[in-house]
Write a protein that binds this ligand. Sequence first.
Ligand SMILES: [Zn+2]
Length: 135
Amino acid sequence: MVCPYCKKDSHVTNSRLQKRANSVWRRRKCTNCGAIWTSLERLDYATVWRVRKGKHLTDFGRETLLISLYEALKHRKSPDIDAKYICDTVIAKLTTKKLVELPATLITTTAHDILRRYDKVAAGLYNATHKINNQ
Ligand SMILES: [Zn+2]
């Protein structure tokens, strides 16, 4: 990876596997200017899952899920952090289904179930947007 400041090469000074999120966190240092930053390698679920909504199939969008969770969690102190954590939890739960094609309703009901255990107001807001039928 090249340095975001001077565009020269960098090297990895520290690396950690984050099993829960199935990702690798890396601390990098520029060999030219000495700048330090973090990179994150994670599975691109758009290449793993297809989402079915009626007759339509689309790539799974982590960002779409993340934004919908963020919208439901806006009333909290740190909705960005909460949304990322819950998004990883929803994805971890979806991976246990061992599916290639995910019904869109499975994603929304899984997200709603997890939100309901975390924050009832957020679950209600999410439900109002996604019309979950498993109340
Ligand atoms: Zn640099």
